[in-house]
Design a protein around this ligand. Sequence first.
Ligand code: ACM
Ligand code: ZN
Length: 563
Amino acid sequence: MKKITILLSALAVLACAKPQPQAFHVIPMPAELSINEGFFPVKGAAVAIDENIDEASKAAVQRFVTALETATGASCKQGDGGFRIILNPNLAAEQYSIDIRPDGVNVEASALNGFVYACETLKQMLPPAIYGSQKAKADWVLPCASILDQPRFGYRGMHLDPCRHFWSIEETKKYLDVMTAYKLNRFHWHLTEDQGWRMEVKKYPKLTEIGAWRNGTCIGKDWSSNDGIRHGGFYTQDEMREIVAYAAERGITVIPEIDLPGHMIAALASYPELGCTGGPYEVWTRWGVASDILCAGNEQVYTFLEDVLTELMDIFPSEYIHIGGDECFNEQTGIPWDHCPKCAAKMKELGIKPGPAAKHYLQNYVTARVQDFLNAHGRKIIGWDEILEGDLAEGATVMSWRGVAGGIEAAAKGFDAIMTPYTYLYLDYYQSAEVDKEPLAIGGYLPLQHVYSYEPLDGIAPGAEDHIIGVQANLWTEYIATTDYLEYMLLPRMCALSEIQWCAADAKDWERFDASLDHTFAILDAMGLNYSLDCRGLIGLDRQPARTPEELEEYLATRNIGW
Ligand code: ACM
Ligand code: ZN
């Protein structure tokens, strides 16, 4: 009898329970938000899209509506009384507003990015199942709220290295999907490396016949070893166009990188005449900074680069092209430019005096030639912060990776800069101090809270702040060979990055962000993405419990780890 009474009262509660909006856990946190009384039921809500809105924005809204229909199991008819999607030319391109009342939801933006971000905010305000493909059990509601939102930085980047390990087009699209969910807008695609050339170039077929494949990979940190497994792959021009289009539909610009004049062994293996010695060269099977680089004194090299960049520009419409420029010189193994008659002749012609700085001036010459070529075609260059050494030509944008010093110097000298310091934003670094429980990483220690704490304008000279055009995290893949591990390193650290990029400095709040993470994890689950739970004390891909503080101290002492 007692059991029946309990059951009946539980059923009575359920019968009159109103659907409840969930707590507000949107990342990155919107700039202006007020949560009001009441809620709007979304199941089967009508949708009215302003006919003046461009087709790409309509398609973005339609993707949201389709997700809503799948999750609620009810179709959204066209018409009034529900979601009204309105073109508001007074808003900036990445700005949007959302006004949720019991009788309808107004969404306003002026361009694609604003509409994409409004939809992503609405999705995060709903239960995580909106990201999945299953029908949800309960009816859903949105809390009444007013939002006016825009980003802090215009350039909000995430990088991916498909050269050390190759990632398929489908994996790359999944990467773009999660970037979209967290309102990132630049995808830096590092397409060339010592260990593999990934871009189909019609004029130079050997780049992908030879350069896209390596005869094995070193095992763990033993760079002299080789697992004997051929590794590689490349993207056809059609596939790269597919990525450009997929990203553009989501408000993301793809910035391709051709890393030069260093990190070029795969190209040299394909066309040995482009090196100072003529080779032979082999696509690299180990990591680190190679000795061999492009010959700076050989005109054929510039023809090659211009041909490659011409095909690249035809595929990638981005204003910026990344030309690399990092780690050109390995002082230990020697610098081929120091022993090359062609490079010596070029230095003489340019009036570069012999000495330790000569190589930087010769690199400046290579950079400037490529920059002139790209500028003549209406494009601008980004280069890693090594391009600042010597005399960098006006108009280049510097990507500060060796800490923050390059960005500070670039901004002080009047160059634009993008902050990607390894001290905060290298997502190939460990995120737990308990490295024996983690999959092998390149080193370092960048736990989530440390990433979150980064302030990009720290140290920037007063008045030079506007030269910091944005922030990016980098994901190099020397030690990352599986999708599970790639996503594990990316997430949730990329979510922390999104608040650095989007939120005003004083709007960041670790406690609020941390409290939103369980919702984030549920979203990532629904998207079918792996992520790290190190911030919750579950370490590694197999989520082992963290050591106690005493055990950790003991462990670190035995490992002699200097963090
Ligand atoms: C870099 O990490 N070598 C740019
Ligand atoms: Zn040379």
